[in-house]
Unconditional design. Structure first.
Length: 253
């Protein structure tokens, strides 16, 4: 039996397969094509969001490394901010903190300087985190809905198979192979779209959490610097120059 099936499959030309993807979509009609287009569109935008956010995250992580390496070696916050990129998230935090410090002296209602600076820096940090999280809701939506969209195509394919069985009066393989194949393809497409979206969402969320922790630590350092007029700043690990060893004394000395 198996030998007969394999021989028939080898004898059939590759282009005459009546149960391929495009053949199944043509048999499924408008519903099959609609489900297919929706899932492919979801997959395209999911990949676009993933790579875009990955680039943004890596950019901020690189900025954080430069901040830890050289920022606190500067004589002032303005001098340190000038070393950072113009559109750097860390530079935005520093500039917002300095702006909040200038605004505090203009307030007519007495507000503690610490509270005012803390609120301004927290607002700036929240804006950056919100930008980083943009698009992740779409990934979560795709991961949650794509299997059900594929399931809808599956249900329609099985329904069409049942109609063919009823019309033919018997369950022949030729009658139901097309609709059943279409149903299985829609299930597979739903999973192919949903699984990468869920993995991308979890991966980006974990990196966003790490970035948020680093930025929160930097914000606290900036707040301490501003609240103490520069007296409080993080310790910068500077490698000490190697001490020269004394020359060995001659043996007869």
């Amino acid at each position: 039996m198996l030998t007969t099936i394999l021989a028939a499959g080898a004898a059939a030309p590759a282009g005459d397969n009546p149960y391929g993807l495009w053949e199944a979509l043509e048999q499924g009609g408008v519903i099959a094509w609609s489900v297919f287009i929706i899932l492919v569109t979801m997959l395209f935008f999911s990949l676009y969001i993933f790579f875009t956010k990955l680039f943004e995250q890596q950019k901020i992580l690189n900025q954080g490394r430069r901040v830890r390496k050289s920022f606190w070696n500067s004589n002032s916050l303005r001098e340190g901010a000038a070393k950072l990129e113009k559109n750097s998230a860390y530079r935005q935090l520093v500039e917002d903190g300095l702006e909040a410090q200038n605004q505090h002296s203009k307030l007519t209602d007495p507000v503690e300087a610490h509270d005012w600076l803390h609120g301004s820096l927290a607002r700036s940090e929240a804006i950056i985190n919100s930008d980083l999280n943009g698009g992740l809701a779409f990934l979560a939506t795709v991961g949650a809905t794509a299997p059900f969209i594929g399931l809808f195509g599956t249900v329609v394919g099985i329904y069409r198979a049942l109609i063919k069985i009823g019309a033919a009066g018997q369950a022949s393989i030729d009658a139901v192979a097309g609709p059943v194949g279409e149903a299985l393809i829609m299930t597979a497409l739903g999973l192919v779209v949903a699984v990468p979206a869920v993995l991308a969402y979890n991966f980006l969320q974990r990196r966003n959490k790490a970035i948020a922790e680093q930025m929160n630590a930097f914000t606290n350092d900036v707040l301490g610097y501003l609240a103490s007029n520069g007296a409080v700043r993080p310790e910068v690990n500077v490698k000490a120059a190697p001490v020269a060893k004394p020359a060995a004394k001659p043996a007869g000395a």
